[in-house]
Design a protein around this ligand. Structure first.
Ligand code: PLP
Length: 378
């Protein structure tokens, strides 16, 4: 196979979706794919069997949801431009606003839409990246705080939206959010028809007990008579795909050996650097436990760009010495990877590929010089 390539593992994605469908069915809630985490239209026909639609971060993702996924399309952004709102009004029935001022501005222009307001409930569970991904961090620009809610035009508001979790790996985040809404925002929940609990419910993690989550969603729905919507992204494709790269040289710096790859941490796995290596991925067939004597050959993984920091600073252990041409398979590379990649240094973008359940390998998109040139105005 040609490298580098992002490879979606359909069997693993289906397992994640089956758990999502089980939650949906037993909790009686809706579930949308947040396409910001995984914009992979070639797999939307299969995902559509399990989910109720997509949630977009703006016009382009909404257009992609309409063209390739269908079903419901929801959208939220911290603010919309006039042109964006005009386009969105043609594509989607569910538009969430971030602030009283955006509502004020756009409400008169949109008719017959399910309008939502995002709130900042000042409760959050964010397990990675410090405050980098914490929607309720101090000075957060996300959501309207409680002191501004009374003045909203509630007769026009269909959905209360609260996205406050990031990789919340136990039920405590989801349950805590519902408890917070129940205790502190009950008077507003009573005025709407639906509550959207955002994403970050990391229910495909082995440590996540879905039973208390299901029980709490059901109790909340029944108490308020509202529809409950979840819009996860990452967990739906968690541990369900790879970035496959090749070693193109072994560089020595004193005792340190660095495998130079035909890919880049900075361009192709940007969250790894963004989270200060909290998201360091595993490599199939290697270990990060350098005391493991079965894997005595230790290497750092280096990207092919000019940026000094374009490498993973903790070594991996391999059973045999690495050599040029060896494949390196980084795991869990579907969420927030290719949606954020760049062509810095003219680095080629990886192929987009699918590993089908029958073992077939299918490349669905390749990129070349023309893609790079267009991005820089050529
Ligand atoms: C508004 C909103 N909804 C859903 C998501 C998806 O979250 P996750 O991929 O962590 O499940 C995000 C992530 O940033 C978000 O901002």
């Amino acid at each position: 196979m040609r490298t580098p390539a992002y490879v979606a593992d359909v069997g693993a994605i289906r397992k994640n979706l089956e758990r999502a469908a089980d939650i949906k069915k037993r909790a009686g809630c809706k579930m949308l794919l947040a396409t910001k985490a995984f914009a992979f239209p070639a797999l939307f026909p299969m995902m559509r069997e399990y989910l109720d639609g997509t949630t977009a971060s703006g016009l382009y993702e909404a257009q992609m949801g309409a063209d390739h996924f269908g079903k419901e399309i929801h959208v939220y952004a911290p603010a919309y431009t006039d042109a964006e709102l005009e386009g969105l009004a043609k594509l989607t029935d569910h538009i969430y606003f971030n602030s009283p001022s955006q509502l004020d501005r756009f409400l008169p222009r949109i008719k017959d839409k399910k309008i939502g307001i995002r709130i900042n409930p000042e409760f959050s569970v964010s397990t990675v990246g410090g405050d980098l991904y914490n929607p309720c961090a101090p000075c957060s620009r996300f959501g309207t705080r409680k002191d501004e809610l009374d003045a909203l035009p509630w007769e026009h508001i269909h959905t209360l939206h609260a996205h406050v979790l990031c990789e919340s790996r136990t039920h405590v985040g989801t349950v805590g959010l519902l408890d917070t809404l129940d205790t502190n925002f009950g008077q507003y929940v009573k005025r709407v028809k639906a509550v959207n609990l955002g994403g970050g419910h990391f229910f495909n993690d082995a440590g996540f007990d879905i039973e208390p989550m299901i029980t709490r969603i059901k109790a909340f729905r029944e108490k308020y008579g509202v529809e409950v919507v979840l819009e996860p992204g990452g967990t739906l494709v968690y541990n369900a795909g790879y970035l496959v790269t090749s070693v193109i040289d072994i560089h020595k710096n004193g005792d340190t050996k660095i495998a130079i790859l035909d890919s880049s941490v900075s361009c192709h796995m940007p969250d790894v650097i963004e989270t200060n290596f909290e998201f360091t991925p595993d490599i199939a067939g290697a270990t990060r436990d350098l005391n493991n004597k079965t894997y005595p050959h230790h290497y750092l993984m280096g990207g092919k760009t000019c940026m000094t920091g374009d490498f993973i600073p903790t070594a991996y252990g391999f059973k045999a010495p690495l050599k040029t041409g060896d494949k390196i398979i980084f795991t869990d590379q579907m969420q927030y990877s290719f949606v954020k990649d760049t062509t810095f240094n003219g680095t080629p973008l990886p192929d987009m590929a699918i590993l089908h359940e029958d073992g077939r390998y299918e490349v669905v998109q390749t990129f070349g010089y023309a893609d790079f040139l267009r991005r820089v105005g050529g």
